[in-house]
Design a protein around this ligand. Structure first.
Ligand SMILES: [Zn+2]
Ligand SMILES: [Zn+2]
Length: 336
């Protein structure tokens, strides 16, 4: 039983401006015209217009969806950090917004960066504000707090800060369908804890383990570079080896959770240690990991995503963790 519909407008990282992080989301039981949450805003209407031209029935047989109408139905943008590959389409679209007033949800630093450096009259006109009382054509900037807060009918969001290279913060979001209490986890760009001055992923994995699998069984996480990419050239991103480390931490949290439960039930029986690799076998059975933000290389014929995803699959299989690994690709319609 699914709770969300997602349309992938762009899924890559890097220099291809036609395929940058951008995901449109709605509850499965509502219409796109009832209101859409845009997760990240790298690519936008131009990319979506091309996707719908190539696949006119992507959103159903009625074939009457157009990119401009869909973006008119966006009520909230959710932005993980201010980098241009996550914000450029909302900046470009700011002067031609129609439909309801659009809210931009992000950490305070991200909103300040957009206000002070972009919407300040030189790079781009002053088309955003922090005031509810301002005109409907201006973006309304709203800080995301660290507790769940509603961002659209039936959808609430909780932000957890994560590192994206030294001294630069990005976000992970728990996105909840309120009526069913089902959630998924969506990461902006993120560095591995092993290489972070301020490692914060442990908290995210502990929280994820608490909800897995009943409440939460899908994670979107970046893997920007292929295996063997030097650590000093990751610039706050993951490669397959580091992603495996992070998924192993999640599996360890799940094993600890299970052993605590078993201890409560059968206090005298000796538990398997979470330090034993066998204790992690199959611990992520039922988890779907969607790989995003693989960096485009326009000099190669094959998108590096294909190599990266296969490498992650092989590593997770060798470790026996049990998670299913798939890739988000531009134009996909994903049920969550
Ligand atoms: Zn970034
Ligand atoms: Zn990025």
């Amino acid at each position: 039983m699914y709770t969300f519909d997602m349309l992938v407008v762009g899924a890559s990282g890097g220099i291809d401006e036609t395929d940058l992080s951008a995901y449109l989301l709605k509850p499965v039981d509502s219409e796109w015209s009832d209101g859409i949450v845009a997760l990240e805003a790298g690519s936008g209407q131009g990319a979506l217009a091309r996707i719908l031209r190539d696949n006119p029935t992507l959103l159903g047989e009625d074939n009457n969806h157009c990119a401009a109408d869909l973006y008119d139905s966006v009520v909230s943008y959710v932005i993980s950090h201010a980098h241009l590959d996550h914000t450029s389409s909302l900046i470009l679209a700011a002067g031609s917004c129609s439909g309801r007033r659009k809210r931009i949800y992000a950490a305070k630093d991200v909103l300040d960066a957009l206000m002070d450096h972009i919407f300040q009259g030189t790079i781009w006109p002053q088309l955003a504000s922090f005031s509810e009382d301002d005109a409907s054509h201006l973006y309304l900037l709203k800080e995301i707090r660290l507790k769940y807060q509603p961002i659209h009918c039936d959808i609430s969001l909780r932000r957890m800060p994560v590192s994206h290279g030294d001294d630069y913060e990005s976000s992970a979001f728990f996105i909840r369908h309120d009526p069913s209490q089902k959630e998924f986890l969506f990461f902006g760009d993120v560095a591995p804890d092993k290489l972070s001055k301020n490692p914060r992923l442990g908290h995210v994995w502990a929280e994820t383990a608490r909800k897995f699998p009943e409440q939460l069984s899908t994670i979107f996480i970046e893997c920007s570079f292929p295996s063997g990419h030097p650590d000093e050239l990751l610039f706050g991103h993951l490669s397959p080896e580091h992603l495996l480390d992070e998924l192993t931490t999640l599996a360890t949290e799940v094993a600890l959770r299970d052993s605590r439960k078993n201890t409560l039930r059968r206090p005298k029986k000796k538990q398997r240690s979470a330090g034993n690799p066998d204790a992690l076998k199959g611990k992520l059975d039922g988890l779907r990991v969607v790989i995003i933000h693989c960096k485009t290389d326009l000099k190669t014929k094959i998108h590096p995503r294909e190599t990266i995803v296969q490498q992650v699959k092989d590593l997770v299989k060798q470790a026996g963790l049990g998670a299913e690994i798939i890739a988000a690709v531009q134009g996909m319609h994903i049920s969550i």
